[in-house]
Design a binder for this molecule. Sequence first.
Ligand code: BGN
Length: 405
Amino acid sequence: MVSIQSRWRYLFMFLGIQLVVMALLSREGYQKRVSYFIRIFRKPDSTGRNHTVAGVSGGDVYANLSHLSKAHHHGDEMPYCPKTSPFIRGPIHVSFPSGLTLAEVQKKNPLVVRGGRYRPPDCEARHRTAIIIPHRHREHHLKFLLYYLHPFLQRQQLHYGIYIIHQAGNYTFNRAKLMNVGFREAMREEDWDCLFFHDVDLIPEDDRNTYVCDSNPKHAAIAMDKFGYKLPYKMYFGGVSALTPLHYLKMNGFPNNYWGWGGEDDDIGVRVSLSGMYITRPSLKVGRYKMIKHKLDKGNDVNPKRFNMLAKTRQTWKTDGMNTAEYETISRQYLPLYTNITVNIGTEAGLHPPSPTPPPPAKGAGKPAVKAPAVKAPAEAPAKGPAKPPAKPPAKLKEGHPESP
Ligand code: BGN
């Protein structure tokens, strides 16, 4: 028999335990305890950040994407994709395993069609985003970027295309001018509603950083590991930015005259405000990027003129930009994972700088030697002259025929 006294004792003990549990679970306490238990199930990666073991949640950028191919049913009347994609998980584990090949990336992305295009198989995408990546001698980085970017964009249920704009020749690199080329070349193919201007060495680390445009130009790479996951300075606009075609044309695109490293992104940031717009940003938690470590490239020396040029953006932005971008398209390849556009963007002296007067031929010599051109002869008809925005939105590229823009 249990006495009334001990019954009361049990009741008080029970209530006491209840109170302690409630106190632990209240507000801050609750968060801390829950995250403690979540941490137990996670393993840390080399950067010290936690990532989830594959299959539990988040973590692997390819997690759950295989469901997509199973759900493949293109019909005439596909519903719009939901406003928030069900594939979005948050933090992504990023590492750079040696031995990765493009063939493996291709195998892991069976729904990407030639030219690096993709549409969600089971719903009509709400957004059409082109990714523009200026490039030269960075094949190793490109491989990793493609490995992460394709599934990242598929998680967001976007209709997308990836364009690599490859600078031909060995003259100093010009990132911003290549972006102008990318804008024009992408827009002549499809009616993209947003363009992401993307460095080849930056890997997004959170799929809530959606690759869609805002009402104003967006700076997406706000928190990079190399800057301690913080904005290095308030006006920083480098790494990854997103503009609609209208934003882009309103600010006359990007400058063409920044040859070499530095300053062009600041010029672009200044253009945003000079043309009456402002910079938007995702949160620090979401706009995270890991940079693939590398030395300063050959052919991309620091530009010593950048300070002077930057001081004059107010005077130059209307006369140097998309309306004056001259280049020649050397080749256009529709590869399995991206569209590769190789261009001659010339030098500071122009597209075809006058060659120095050849010395008179020596007596008795045969034909005068012809100086090798700086870049290879175009394989296709070059798109010459100042780049103009397309007069009307180009016809949509038919899926399965990415070679017929
Ligand atoms: C800045 C560079 C940017 C570069 C960032 C981050 C200049 C112009 C002179 C003020 N700007 O200093 O181009 O992206 O650093 O590395 O050099």
